[in-house]
Ligand binder design. Structure first.
Ligand code: S3P
Length: 438
């Protein structure tokens, strides 16, 4: 990925149409993981054919699982059971995907073979001690670099033991990692979250017939059970829908319908926050698909106002802040975010990279250790660097709807990790976006 894929977005325009954004990334990863460990054949529909979920798919193929597809979002996984994985011939390359690396660290800690997990430059900088430390308490042997980063070398051990772990950060990846390790542990494994985080792992484990216990903020399971294949219909990713919710909100005259969007209550912070800012979002056709709530969303442009973002919404909107910062830049007044230091260790330091990009567009954006203060107003055109962060690239693309000049965004290739087809879909709704390779 050494070439520079650049987005060039002409200013202005409105968003209109009726679209379906690609499948949920978190659920797509988990469908491959649990489908592989189950007995029987799992059929997945709506699978996200983006680089991150494909990295997970390739990893399981490399461990001997027969997986057909993806073709048109359909994947068929011939599960091998919890003890059926085989040692891969090479390190598993997980690209840009933090979810793949952290969840696999747990799932592989109790296998009978050695395996090494590697990733790209961004993933190789991200903190892994948050998973390797509690896994070590379970008896796992995992080596990191001295900085606590990948490559992770996972060595076979005699067995894992269940723990009762209080998580220092609100992270669904840490919770899921430990629950997946817990499948292989003696006794019960419990995790306590400091705040609710996405619960796709718990829901999907139950869908595969595995009991997940719940006591207030604690989630637990008993090791040694088995999973039974089950079909999965992956909803559209609310994190991908978020760019369109913001774009249509800020571009006067817009009206857009987004179909089949995952509305899991641990993921809907973006809707709550945008509504608080004055957004016009109507939720209809609410239904449940394979254990996950889904709905259609209609968004119309609205005058947004700056707010103090409630802290309890932060984990529920953790991936949507790049888009929300663009909404804040277009709102009237000041928006203040606190309690979001996790944003500094995502695919990029999203607080700094967004602040730099907004400032390049003439917006007053002041980063703080755990958040940002943004003064709403007008946006100029300009050139911004996404630092290879997919969500930053897409957020700035939407900013052009309200800019008074062209926005050029560098280093956009990783948009493919979560949203293949973004340029074409956004252009079909009215964003004046082009992409060129340098
Ligand atoms: C994810 C959890 C979140 C999120 C990431 C996907 C998951 O990470 O940012 O994009 O699928 O479990 P954290 O657990 O680090 O907050």
């Amino acid at each position: 990925m050494s070439s520079n894929l650049r987005f060039e977005v002409r200013p202005g325009g409105v968003l209109r149409g009726d679209i379906r954004v690609p499948g949920d990334k978190s659920i797509s990863h988990r469908s491959i993981m649990l489908g592989s460990l189950a007995w029987g054949t799992t059929q997945v529909e709506g699978f996200l054919e983006g680089d991150d979920a494909l990295a997970t798919l390739r990893a399981f193929r490399a461990m001997g699982v027969e997986i057909e597809g993806p073709a048109d979002g359909k994947v068929t996984i011939h599960g091998v059971g919890t003890h059926g994985l085989q040692a891969p011939d090479e390190p598993l390359d997980l690209g840009n995907s933090g979810t793949s690396m952290r969840l696999l660290a747990g799932l592989l800690a109790g296998q009978g073979f050695e395996v090494t997990l590697i990733g790209d430059d961004s993933l190789s900088r991200r903190p892994m001690k948050r998973v390797t430390e509690p896994l070590a308490l379970m008896g796992a042997e995992i080596n990191t670099t001295p900085k606590g980063t990948a490559p992770l070398v996972i060595r076979p051990v005699d067995g894992l033991r269940g723990i009762d772990y209080e998580m220092p950060v609100a992270s669904a990846q840490v919770k899921s990692c430990l629950l997946l390790a817990g499948l292989y542990a003696d006794g019960e494994t419990w995790v306590t979250e400091p705040a609710p985080t996405r619960d796709h792992t718990e829901r999907m484990l139950r869908g595969f017939g595995y009991e997940v216990m719940e006591e207030g903020p604690r989630r637990g399971l008993r090791g040694g059970g088995s999973l039974t294949a089950c079909d999965i219909d992956v909803p559209s990713d609310i994190s991908s829908a978020a760019f369109f919710l913001v774009g249509a909100s800020i571009a006067e005259g817009s009206e857009l319908t987004l179909r089949h969007v995952g509305m899991n209550p641990t993921r809907d912070g973006v809707i709550n926050i945008l509504r608080r800012m004055g957004a016009d979002i109507v939720v209809s056709n609410e239904r449940e698909v394979g254990g996950e709530p889904v709905a259609d969303l209609r968004v119309r442009s609205a005058r947004l106002k700056g707010i103090r973002i409630p802290k309890d919404q932060v984990p529920l909107a953790i991936d949507e802040f790049p888009a929300l910062f663009v909404a804040a830049a277009c709102a009237e007044g000041e928006t203040v975010l606190t309690g979001a230091e996790e944003l500094r260790v995502k695919e990029s330091d999203r607080i700094q990279v967004m602040a730099d990009g907004l400032q390049a567009l003439g917006v007053q954006a002041d980063p703080t250790p755990d958040g940002i203060v943004i003064q709403g107003g007008s946006l100029s055109g300009g050139r911004v660097d996404s630092h290879g962060d997919h969500r930053i690239a897409m957020a700035f693309a939407m900013a052009a709807l309200r800019a008074d000049g062209e926005i050029v965004i560098d280093d956009c290739a990783n948009v493919n990790t979560s949203f293949p087809g973004f340029v074409a879909l956004a252009a079909s709704t009215g964003l004046q976006i082009g992409a060129s390779d340098e």
